[in-house]
Design a protein around this ligand. Structure first.
Ligand code: F6R
Length: 223
């Protein structure tokens, strides 16, 4: 597969991306990161927590949130607190999440370009919650989740009916404005879509394919 670095284990992939984050932090302690949730970055966050890094001047921007109570156990705000923010020396006020005031989120991101954006990929090719058909010009907005995404994410809920049907997501244009992008994919169920996104046609039907147009993107995979 073109342009994709393959790892033999999830631990190696997680450590490799943690090294990239560490290098960025050491180069500039006032770095700005875009961060994902989901199962893919869990190893990365665990690795980062175990390193002695200074997060005191870092700003983070999450890719997306479900429209649900932020204090719910399955909200992305709770996920980030439990897996990263509560375990490092970052200021909670420096950890931003999209909310219904989408203009203000965009303004924050536009102020100074984000240094590093870390992404996962959905089995339908979504990045953040930009589902197939999302405009390449899209910015932060409220979206409806597809049936595929509801099914994929139902493993974190009692049933598929409990998965929130809507989310607020950064747009594809917003993501593409990052200086550097790292896409992580873990599991054989991601192999086909990764191949299509990285080697196939650049099309709004496969949102992640837009990354082919970015000049500083790296893609990592392990099965
Ligand atoms: C979540 C996000 C999503 C996930 C994708 C993969 O913040 O941006 O695009 O990265 O749905 O999820 P996992 O890692 O759970 O397979």
């Amino acid at each position: 597969m073109n342009k994709v670095t393959m790892f033999s284990t999830y631990e190696k992939l997680s450590k490799y991306v943690a090294n990239i984050v560490e290098e960025q932090l050491k180069e500039n302690r006032i770095s700005r990161f875009i961060l994902p949730t989901g199962s893919t970055p869990l190893g990365l966050y665990k690795e980062l927590v175990n390193r002695e890094l200074d997060w005191s001047a870092v700003m983070t921007y999450n890719l997306d949130v479900y429209i649900m109570n932020p204090s719910h156990s399955q909200s992305y705000q709770t996920f980030m607190k439990e897996n990263l923010f509560d375990k490092i020396n970052i200021y909670p006020s420096n950890c931003k999440f999209p909310d219904r005031n989408v203009q203000s989120y965009e303004q924050r991101l536009k102020g100074i370009p984000v240094d590093l954006c870390i992404l996962g990929i959905g089995t339908n090719g979504h990045i953040a919650f930009n589902e197939p058909g999302s405009s390449f010009k899209s910015r932060t907005r409220v979206v409806d989740l597809t049936e595929q995404t509801l099914q994929d994410n139902s493993k974190y809920f009692d049933s598929v009916e409990d998965v929130p049907k809507q989310a607020i997501t950064m747009g594809l244009r917003t993501i593409m404005e990052s200086k550097k992008i790292e896409l992580m994919a873990n599991g054989v169920n991601k192999l086909n879509i990764l191949n299509v996104a990285m080697n196939g046609e650049v099309t709004e039907s496969v949102p992640a394919s837009i990354l082919q147009n970015h000049d500083n993107v790296e893609v990592f995979y392990c099965d």
